[in-house]
Ligand binder design. Sequence first.
Ligand code: C2E
Ligand code: CA
Ligand code: CA
Length: 314
Amino acid sequence: MHYAFFSDEVSPGARVPHPDGAGAGTDGGPPDPEAARMARLRRRMAWPLGGQEGADATERGLDHEELLALTRGDLIGAIEFGHIYPVFQPQVCAQHGGIVGMEVLARWSDKGRHHAPDRFVGSITSHGVETLLLDHFLGACGRVRARFPHYTGRFSLNVNPSTAAAAGFVQDFVRASISHGLDIARIVLELTEQTRIARDSEARLLENLSALSERGMMISQDDFGSGYASLQALGLLPFKQVKVDKILLHRARHAERARRLFSSSMVLARSLELQTVAEGVESPDDVTLARSLGADLLQGYAIFPPMPFELLQL
Ligand code: C2E
Ligand code: CA
Ligand code: CA
């Protein structure tokens, strides 16, 4: 399966259109009912329960008090019982449109309520259960591999740098990958939230990522161009891929400066021999823009939304 850039063929992603949850408004335009309908469609794709209730319940996520009250036991239970589970968002080659990778993203559904990862991944990290989550997600990748033996692309998993810097992370990760039948060279580790970490952790992070990189794993810098995802980290850590923050692509739609910033990031990445990913590709215009700015891979609602295992087609 591929995304059709050049033909009249309807691409799989095009049947599940894109817009951002807010739909209209992101570009400063008036609310657009069609965009809202598409946004509901997208959310339904991302939540396996499906149905209108499922989509609407997304809005009622964990509130602040519930977040604070979460215990380590709650999180372990949610992972073990499958309430926290992965969805998969394919990435395509900007040249030929073929699926070459997929990002694994966390969702939490419980008692008819759905929580977006922004609400709970911080707790997963702070309670020290991210390695357990990764183990489960690697298991899910193993099931994708078994269901689609012809799929030879990569699996991208997100990890907070503090988890990746922990003692024993390399052994645990490699052991889990092998036990789920995954070739380590097909795994991409996306480093999220480049929060400032202590000097000693920085040294361990470098050590751990270098060890994984030597085993063939691809290390990716997520959200490049935003917050802490810095040039400094690009120089320090053994990255082989950069994902440009979607905000930059969205600004590049209208702002020449953002376009230059985006394409300069591509030049920089190329000079460091890094693969580049444009994320947040939400429309055919975004596809054209991201390709013209030089991204190697494309990811976004216009191509494929995040999909639960049951709806994945490769
Ligand atoms: P991220 O790693 O930058 O992931 C991409 C986010 O963009 C995802 O949001 C995805 O659903 C969304 N997205 C995909 N296509 C488009 C598009 O065309 N337009 C727009 N506007 N957004 C798009 P999601 O799934 O809500 O995840 C949010 C963040 O939560 C992720 O950002 C990542 O930082 C974190 N996260 C998600 N799953 C995990 C996980 O398993 N572990 C860790 N550590 N972090 C995770
Ligand atoms: Ca990511
Ligand atoms: Ca990102």
